[in-house]
Structure formats: C-alpha cells, structure tokens
Design a protein around this ligand. Structure first.
Ligand code: HEM
Length: 117
C-alpha cells in the first residue's frame, strides 16, 4: 500500500539535499532532479510544504514531464487534515473526480429512495 504523507511531513523535506514536492495528490522526491529541472531548482524548493498542483499545471508541463514524475514518486498525500477549500478542484484530479461524482450520485440516490419500495 502506498505510503501516506501529510503536507507538513512533505514540507520537512525542503532543502537542496532533500526536496519533496506534491502535485496532483502525490508526493515526489525531486532531490536528484533539482539540478536538471528546466524550470530551475529554486522554483521546486519554493514549492515544498504546499500543494504545488496549480503551479505545476499552470506551466503546461509536457507529456515528457508527466512521464518523469513516476521516477520520483514516494507516496500519496494524506489529505484528511487539509481544509476542504485547499483541496484542488476535482476536475484537476481525474481519479478523485470519479470518487467525488460517485459519492454525489449515491447521495442523490439515497435522497430519492422514497420512490422505491
Ligand atoms: C515535480 C516534478 C516536476 C517535473 C518532473 C518537472 C519537469 C519539467 C520539465 C521536463 C520541464 C521542461 C518543459 C516540459 O517538458 O514541460 C519543466 C519546465 C518547467 N517547470 Fe517543471 N517539473 C516539475 C515540477 C515543477 C513545479 C512544482 C513547478 C512550479 C512550482 C515547475 C515549474 C516549471 C517551469 C516554470 C518550467 C518552465 C521552464 C522554462 O521553459 O523556462 N515544475 N519542468
């Protein structure tokens, strides 16, 4: 099972010797990538300790960049203690979007259950 990290835990890895970032609900150890990142190391260091999904997405990273993510994957972001308003839009998170819609559908079904015997 994937290891879960809170944003606070990810944020502890915020140095040039140990740098983790979070995008799309996943945690990446980009320490070895700092010097290679075309966007520079500073921007990655500045992205530690928060959800950098919007920043990553705004750049319009290429498919190559997306494919590279896998190499640095260390675990999943534990979102249970993040206020709802900070959770990125479900539209940005395909799998989360499905969960969200699934849950909503179940709620709607329950609310109309009086139509069924
Ligand atoms: C976490 C893993 C990341 C990987 C593997 C990655 C990879 C890449 C790659 C391959 C490029 C070259 C252009 C492309 O192919 O799209 C790039 C460019 C760039 N990245 Fe990232 N990136 C990561 C995270 C981030 C984050 C978190 C930010 C912002 C906070 C960021 C900001 C940028 C910027 C601004 C450029 C444009 C550089 C330029 O063309 O001047 N990247 N990145």
């Amino acid at each position: 099972m994937a290891k879960l990290y809170t944003l606070a835990e990810v944020g502890e890895h915020n140095t040039r010797e140990d740098c983790w970032v979070t995008v799309f609900g996943k945690v990446y150890n980009v320490t070895t990538f700092l010097d290679e990142h075309p966007g520079g190391d500073e921007i990655l260091l500045a992205a530690t300790g928060k959800d950098a999904t919007d920043e990553f997405d705004d750049v319009g990273h290429s498919h190559d960049a997306w494919a590279m993510l896998e190499k640095y994957y260390v675990g999943e972001l534990n979102k249970s203690n993040i206020p709802t308003k900070n959770i990125p839009s479900p539209a940005l998170l395909p799998t989360k979007g499905v969960d969200h819609r699934g849950k909503k559908r179940i709620t709607l079904f329950t609310s109309s259950s009086s139509w069924f015997p």
